[in-house]
Structures are given as structure tokens and as C-alpha cells.
Design a binder for this molecule. Structure first.
Ligand SMILES: C[S@@+](CC[C@H](N)C(=O)[O-])C[C@H]1O[C@@H](n2cnc3c(N)ncnc32)[C@H](O)[C@@H]1O
Length: 286
């Protein structure tokens, strides 16, 4: 019998679906790491101030960027994410930050569960208004998609929601931060979580493909309990770091065009040692 490659499990919009660890716990651990990222907050505040009256944040996660949109005077702010557990954390953030709570109370801030590859299924036209979105942000989302077809679905959906002069920002790791070799299981960090010590170990396996770098990334968090026992929380993710050329082709196919590229949130020009790949994208015309 000839055996083919093992079937690939379908990529869901919920990054915690099917993980052996409780989604709410994974979402807390996710925040423990991601909430420390702040170097892009001013960039998004300024992008909003310049052009973002109506902002759509794709893969909003626990809402880390929402404050930047509000501080940049975003009039309407809509966040979409596939993880119910992360959206619950985003709701907590909105309730606890006065600027966000006020926007919510005024009906200007909305959080929606949904798949960024199926934006047409969400009531976004109604929430964004007839003009569409002035600023669409997808920060760290693309690597969670399964490849060019998924990317094209998201980009085509965005194109239909963008205001005529609106822009999409795709913001991902740059070449300098992509792994250049497999990494064996090793300790990433040790932090406090609610008085308990969390130690994260991870390992990754990489595979170069024509459409970019594929990475199988697994994490194990050991959480020390007060009684001295340890809860072990495993999770694994499949990531795709698209090649520039393949992504640019998908952007073109979706009726969009790259207007600017930056290699950092300080607007440095992109090069091989850039830590970010930030693309500012506009419509090519309806
Ligand atoms: C690395 S996080 C970035 C979160 C946020 N943009 C930030 O910068 O802090 C990626 C987010 O994309 C979401 N995501 C991944 N695939 C998705 C999909 N198909 N539909 C909706 N959300 C998705 C995940 O749940 C996660 O919140």
C-alpha cells in the first residue's frame, strides 16, 4: 500500500482549539508574554491619528492595541478574533481601562468573534458604517494562516471593507527574527502568574517551502502550584512566515497594492536585518 503524507488537520480560527490545555489558561499565559510588547503602541496611535477614524483590528487577541486606537482618536474601533478565550480577556481590558470603557459605552468599540478568512460572514459593514474602514490592522495574524490561499481570503475580505482611501497594515516578524535553524526544547522564560511561578520551554522545527518558512512550534509551561505540585500545560502551533514575493502576489490578486514597507515601528527602511516586516497596503481601485 502506498502511503501519502499524513492528513493535515484543518486550521481553525481558534488558535487554542484542540490543545490539550484549557483555553482560558493558555490565554492568560499568552497575555503574560504578549502584554509586555509595547514598542508598537505609539506607531498604532499615530497611524490612527493620521488616518484611522474607523479602525478594524484583525486578530485583536486580548486587545493589546485597542488603547492605541482609542488614544489616536479612533471614532469606531472593531476588533475581531477567532479565540473566545482571548476575546474574554479583551472584554476585561475594555472594562478596566477608562478610555476603552468610555468608547464601549458610547457604542464606538465592538469586539467580535470571527474568522479573518471569512470576514464576509461578519456584520462588519454595519459596524464600520457605509464609508468602510480607514485603517485595518493585522498584527501577527498572517503566520497563523495556513498559506497563500488563506491569506488571499483575508486580503479579499479586507478589500471589500476598506474605505476608498483606507489602508491595511500587515505587521509581522522581519527576517532578523525568523528562526534559521531548528531549536531543541529549551527554557524561554520564567515569570510570576498570580503568585505562582510559570516556566516556559519551547521547541521549534522549521521547513523551507516555496511559499515561505513553515514552523512547528511547541510550548510546555510548568506552573508551580501552592501545594508544591506542578501543572504541566502543553500547546503546539503551526506557523507560516510567508515569502515576500508570494505575499505580494496575493496582495495584488486581492486588488490591493503595497504602498510602503518598514523594517521597524520607528519607520526604518526594511532590509535583511529588520526585526519587523510592516507593509502599508491600499486599494488599486474598485
Ligand atoms: C500573535 S497574536 C496578535 C494579537 C494582536 N494583534 C497583538 O498584536 O497583540 C495573533 C492573533 O490572531 C488570532 N487569529 C489567528 N488566526 C485567526 C483567524 N483565522 N481568525 C481570527 N483570528 C485569528 C489569534 O487568536 C491571536 O489573537
Amino acid at each position: 500500500m502506498v502511503r501519502g503524507p499524513p492528513p493535515r488537520s484543518p486550521v481553525t480560527a481558534d488558535i487554542f482549539a484542540g490543545q490539550p490545555t484549557d483555553a482560558d489558561l493558555l490565554a492568560r499565559l499568552y497575555d503574560l508574554e504578549h502584554d509586555q510588547v509595547s514598542e508598537d503602541l505609539v506607531f498604532y496611535r499615530e497611524q490612527t491619528r493620521r488616518s484611522g477614524h474607523v479602525v478594524l483590528d484583525l486578530g485583536t487577541g486580548s486587545g493589546r492595541l485597542l488603547r492605541s486606537f482609542a488614544a489616536g482618536k479612533g471614532r469606531t474601533i472593531v476588533g475581531v478574533d477567532g479565540s473566545a478565550a482571548l476575546l474574554r480577556r479583551a472584554e476585561q481590558r475594555v472594562a478596566s481601562e477608562p478610555l476603552l470603557a468610555a468608547a464601549r459605552a458610547q457604542g464606538r468599540l465592538h469586539l467580535l468573534p470571527g474568522d479573518v478568512r471569512r470576514l464576509e460572514q461578519l456584520p462588519l459593514r454595519r459596524l464600520l458604517g457605509p464609508h468602510g474602514a480607514d485603517l485595518v490592522v493585522a498584527a501577527g495574524v498572517l503566520p497563523h494562516l495556513d498559506g497563500p490561499e488563506d491569506a488571499l481570503r483575508m486580503l479579499s475580505g479586507v478589500r471589500h471593507l476598506l474605505a476608498e482611501d483606507g489602508k491595511l497594515i500587515l505587521d509581522d516578524l522581519g527576517p532578523a527574527l525568523l528562526p534559521d535553524r531548528d531549536l531543541p526544547l529549551s527554557v524561554d522564560w520564567e515569570r510570576e502568574m498570580d503568585g505562582q511561578t510559570a516556566v516556559r520551554r519551547s521547541q521549534l522545527m522549521r521547513r523551507e517551502t516555496p511559499e515561505g518558512l513553515r514552523v512547528a512550534f511547541s510550548t510546555i509551561v510548568d506552573l508551580g502550584r501552592p501545594d508544591g505540585t506542578i501543572a504541566r500545560l502543553p500547546a503546539s502551533y503551526r506557523l507560516w512566515y510567508s515569502s515576500y514575493d508570494v505575499l505580494a502576489a496575493m496582495i495584488g490578486e486581492a486588488g490591493l497594492a503595497i504602498e510602503l514597507a518598514y523594517g521597524s515601528h520607528d519607520l526604518d527602511p526594511p532590509n535583511e536585518s529588520s526585526e519587523r516586516r510592516i507593509l502599508v497596503i491600499r486599494q488599486t481601485g474598485r
